[in-house]
Write a protein that binds this ligand. Structure first.
Ligand code: SF4
Ligand code: SF4
Length: 284
């Protein structure tokens, strides 16, 4: 089984507990105007529009398929700007066996693997096959298997994934349905249900909430976050602050989320009984 991978980070200390290999899978079921990696949303259909945009000749159409030569690429990102569907021609197709080999090569340095995106669960079958294979491999014993997700997956999908997953980091983009739709193009019901499913299975590692000024920094949104977190029982909540890095289009004009606003929200959550609240470690 194969998946389209936009990036592999061999070591990361910010994508779950410990030191983790992170697999960023291509494709997302949300269309967030404020996305920090918009080129991970679409799946390349080999239209060829990016080929003439590449100044290094790293892209070509071969047999009707886009071909990428990483040896010629200088990472100027001009192809990403040329793509009409927020895809990237610079992905690679990795098999479960390829990822197992990467994990074995880096095993002494790793706590686990995190599968992220795009939206990881768009590739639920691949993740289930990968996590099952990791669990069955004696050379990889002890590695934890995490998913970083927007939660837009139904109960049947989680039935497949939950037994082989050790932890879920779940983004809730907004509680007000209209705000969620404006920020993602989708309803939030599945994401909220996914949090409950993961918590019931003892696998909800962290609930993440991105504070975007004018959208999700209101008293009502923070009160709804507090009520939802409390309804789950004991849960770790991580507040993130909207920044402009990687963002394209009109969302570049949205204001950045100030540190004081995030710290005030964290204080409100703690006062409301949410005991474990994490704020960004680094402010840019
Ligand atoms: S990022 Fe690489 S492939 Fe894309 S346009 Fe630049 S040189 Fe070409
Ligand atoms: S990356 Fe985008 S522009 Fe390039 S071939 Fe694929 S769909 Fe077309």
């Amino acid at each position: 089984m194969q998946a389209n991978v936009s990036k592999v980070l061999r070591w990361s200390a910010v994508d779950g507990p410990g030191n983790r290999l992170v697999l960023f899978l291509q494709g997302c079921n949300f269309a967030c105007p404020g996305c920090h990696n918009p080129h991970t949303i679409g799946i390349c259909d080999s239209c060829g529009d990016c080929v003439p945009a590449c100044p290094r000749g790293a892209l070509s159409l071969t047999g009707g398929k886009i071909a990428f030569d990483p040896g010629l690429c200088d990472q100027c990102d001009l192809c990403l700007r040329a793509c009409p569907i927020s895809a990237s021609p610079m992905t690679e197709s990795l098999s479960v066996a390829d990822v197992l080999a990467l994990l074995r090569a880096n095993r002494p340095f790793l706590t686990g693997i995190t599968v992220s995106g795009g939206e990881a669960t768009v590739h639920a079958k691949f993740i289930a096959a990968l996590f099952t294979a990791i669990g069955a491999d004696p050379a990889l014993a002890g590695l934890t298997r995490f998913i970083d997700s927007n939660g837009h997956l139904g109960p049947l999908g989680w039935q497949r994934l939950m037994p082989v997953t050790d932890g879920l980091m779940l983004d809730i983009k907004a509680f007000d349905p209209a705000t969620h739709a404006a920020l993602t193009g989708r309803d939030n019901a599945k994401s909220l249900a996914s949090a409950r499913i993961a918590q019931a299975a003892g696998k909800l590692y962290e609930l993440r909430f991105l504070m975007v000024p004018g959208f999700t920094d209101s008293e009502a949104e923070i009160a709804a976050l507090a009520a939802f977190a409390r309804s789950l029982g004991r849960v770790r909540v991580k507040l993130n602050a909207y920044q402009h890095h990687g963002v394209q289009g009109a969302a570049r004009d949205w204001p950045k989320m100030p540190r004081a606003g995030v710290e005030a929200a964290a204080a409100r959550l703690r006062a409301a009984g949410v005991t474990e609240v994490v704020t960004p470690a680094v402010w840019l």
